[in-house]
Design a protein around this ligand. Sequence first.
Ligand code: G3P
Length: 221
Amino acid sequence: MKIFIDSADTEEIKKLVDLKVIDGITTNPTLASKTGKKYPTLVKEIFEIMPEDSIINLEVIDTNYEGILSQARLLSSLDDRVVVKIPCTPEGLKACKTLSSEGIRVNITLVFSSMQALLVAKAGAYFVSPFVGRLDDISEDGVGVVEDMVQIYDNYDFKTQILFASVRSVEHIRQACLIGVDVITSPYQFIMEMYNHPLTDKGLKQFLDDWKNSGEVFITK
Ligand code: G3P
């Protein structure tokens, strides 16, 4: 089970890399545009920050088959850690089939139904990214859609990994783990919230207070 940060904010990314908690990163054109940085600069910074054995998802912006192929091959050639994100369209899935046969790892993004996910698996994608929060936003059952995907992929032993995206809460992450997804990608805030429990803080305070009051000294060499 892998945890990715869903962000293009290099300060956030650095903090989670420093905590050794993330296995990879997902970005998209919206997140990249919010940084105010030139895209090549941003990508270079991400390559420098992310660990050697991590996964870096970068998205194409072309929408036709030839254009997607060309951008995907370029992104993939930049660094061995790159997985190319391609939107779930007929042209995108056709490109996915071609790129996958070349050994390029593809993450099909903007997936909102189990039937799209079936086509994604048949196109040979490395990851499929259901956008759970956006389904919830329109009063649909995002987690239920992912449950169907897990069942379908299990039924047919598809190798495409399910990447639970558009996370809106730690509860989403908990549900994703119970369903058995392969990856969750979350904003910085919710990964940090996963560490929290008031009893941890209370217990630690008590340990330290008791130690201090005992007058003990810690072991030295
Ligand atoms: O990884 C997908 C993600 O970037 C979309 O999240 O919050 O824009 O729905 P959101």
